[in-house]
Design a protein around this ligand. Structure first.
Ligand code: HEC
Ligand code: HEC
Ligand code: HEC
Length: 481
């Protein structure tokens, strides 16, 4: 049995690396590297808004300080032009620079650690071909942005300990229980696709919780939903074709649309992948162990309103959506706000348009979700996405200086969101203005250890100092005797 398993994984490894062996010409190698860089979405973090491709300067604001992405063009001075392939591989897989300094895990090396040697070779060839940008990462015109972390996260050696605890140096091992296609999907999803960096919840030390792999997590105010194979909480009820459509185009009819960070990932990364790679990712997702989300008893996309709203007998100002204190009395009501702000595109009964350019709000995972975060974020931030089948635009109602439509206050966003889930979802959002503000602040409660790290580290150092003093006292006494 063991022999068969070994043979099978050997076969799968060969199948995975076969395409690499076929590429011999330098141009093909660079093309392949470019494709892999798209699969890894390197551009998302290494290109600042309006900046040169891969010149870095994107700033990540985190509870423990800010981290700035590096210039990874072929510049010998500011980029990685002088790096050998082995040095490049070590940085991408293990987060260690040639000088031995450690990267912070805002760079997803925890996922990239499984990239094969063949693929790393192609990635290296591609990045050495990226035109050099001779500058440190810009910071909106100011002198070079620098990574600045708060004490104690800036202590040298701290990341070494973290990496030792949480970074695997195991190469990708195809699972003998999966088909070659599912294994290819696993390789892409776990590695370059780094789905888990957004979809897996993190522990007290900000590392992904492997026992909750892809079980759903907050990102910048949005919720990256549970995408395990669970039929109720996850994507177990989606067809493979729906998953492929979602990744490629950013929407799957009757299931959902990609907004926020997922829209970016679709636009810059997944929409560029081949249909066969996307099909393999979908096939693999169906094999990810099911995880139930506590309190979720119905699928987010199944919500359908049986009865259309009776607008002739509808009386504005009645019902639970009423709230006082808006700029105009005509906008104190969820139904009226929906009618004036949303119905033009999504239809009076939330049915959307027949061609799905404007999606139905019933059978919509953001509306039917147990957690209203994505509904609120879509209203506040809008949606702008280029998928493989075209561009979509929903205005951002949270932005106050727009002339094309009237913006909504957080309190109005709360009532319109409540109305939308009541009419087209499972009716579970009972949002207040304060909750809308909390969601849009994008700050989930930071894990205890991060919030209190400073205090804990000071306590830790004091204890360590105390221990040293005691030991010294003990040693001096012993020498005296
Ligand atoms: C989610 C954001 C993100 C993505 C995606 C990402 N990186 Fe990074 N990368 C960073 C950040 C942030 C740093 C700097 C970390 C630090 O300073 O500790 C970095 C640093 C690096 C470095 C070290 C360079 C140096 O001198 O500091 C290399 C090499 C690198 N990334 C390559 C890649 C490649 C190749 C890809 C795609 C396969 C990629 N990155 C995708 C965020 C990202
Ligand atoms: C940068 C963060 C990020 C990355 C990387 C990412 N996702 Fe997402 N994903 C999200 C967010 C946020 C949403 C919710 C989007 C919305 O509702 O508008 C989402 C939604 C989804 C959905 C729809 C789920 C539902 O119930 O509506 C699927 C399927 C999905 N992602 C699959 C993937 C796969 C597969 C990968 C890796 C190949 C991946 N995602 C990588 C952030 C991310
Ligand atoms: C100008 C047209 C337009 C208006 C007005 C509009 N939307 Fe949208 N909406 C869109 C488009 C386009 C999409 C994305 C379609 C796609 O991804 O294929 C969308 C997507 C959504 C989604 C799915 C978001 C996700 O992340 O999954 C929700 C929920 C939504 N709209 C609710 C609303 C609400 C509530 C309002 C009123 C406050 C509103 N929309 C106003 C055009 C509009």
């Amino acid at each position: 049995m063991k022999k068969i398993t070994t043979l099978l994984s050997l076969f799968i490894t060969c199948a995975l690396s076969q395409s690499a062996l076929a590429d011999t010409s330098p141009n093909d190698l660079i093309k392949k590297g470019e494709y892999l860089a798209q699969a890894g979405d390197c551009t998302a973090c290494h290109t600042a808004e309006g900046g040169n491709a891969f010149a870095g300067g994107y700033v990540f604001k985190m509870p423990m300080g800010s981290i700035v992405s590096s210039n990874i063009t072929s510049s010998k001075k500011y980029g990685i032009g002088n790096w050998t392939e082995a040095e490049f591989a070590k940085a991408v897989r293990q987060g260690v620079r040639p000088d031995g300094s450690q990267l912070y895990p805002a760079m997803p090396y925890t996922s990239y650690s499984t990239v094969t040697d063949e693929d790393m070779h192609a990635l290296y060839a591609y990045f050495q071909s990226v035109p050099a940008v001779e500058d440190t990462p810009p910071d909106e015109g100011k002198p070079a942005a620098k990574t600045r972390l708060l004490f104690p996260f800036n202590l040298p050696g701290l990341m070494r300990v973290w990496n030792f605890m949480f970074v695997s140096d195991k190469p990708f091992t195809p699972s003998p229980d999966l088909t070659p296609e599912q294994n290819r999907g696993k390789y892409l999803a776990e590695g370059l696709g780094h789905c888990s960096t957004c979809h897996t919840p993190r522990n007290q030390l900000m590392a992904e919780e492997s026992s909750q792999f892809l079980a759903g997590a907050p990102v910048d105010g949005w919720l990256a939903p549970n995408i395990t194979s669970d039929k109720i909480s996850g994507i177990g009820g989606w067809s493979n074709a729906e998953l492929v459509s979602y990744l490629k185009n950013g929407h799957a009819e009757g299931k959902g649309q990609a907004g926020g960070p997922m829209a970016d990932a679709v636009e810059h990364s997944f929409s560029h992948l081949t249909d066969s790679d996307l099909a393999d990712i979908a096939a693999y997702l169906k094999t990810v162990p099911a995880k139930q989300t506590t309190g979720v008893t119905q699928t987010s996309w199944s919500a359908s309103r049986a009865e259309p709203i009776n607008w002739t007998t509808y009386e504005p100002g009645t019902g639970a959506n009423n709230a006082a204190g808006y700029r105009e009395s005509s906008q104190t009501d969820g139904a009226l706000l929906y009618d004036s702000s949303c119905a033009a595109c999504h239809g009076a009964n939330g049915q959307g348009t027949d061609d799905h350019t404007f999606p139905s709000l019933t059978h919509n995972s953001a509306v039917g979700s147990h957690d209203p975060a994505n509904l609120v974020m879509a209203i506040v931030a809008g949606i702008h996405r280029k998928g493989a089948d075209g561009e979509v635009l929903m205005p951002a109602f949270g932005e106050q200086q727009q002339d094309i439509h009237s913006w909504l206050t957080p309190a109005q966003i709360a009532v319109v969101a409540n109305y939308v889930t009541q009419e087209f979802g499972h009716g579970n959002a009972h949002l207040t203005e304060a909750q809308v503000n909390k969601i849009t602040s994008g700050e989930p409660d930071s894990p205890f250890l991060i919030r209190y790290a400073k205090a804990l580290a000071i306590v830790g150092f004091s204890v360590a100092a105390l221990v040293i003093v005691l030991l010294m006292a003990f040693w001096i006494r012993k020498r005296r005797h």
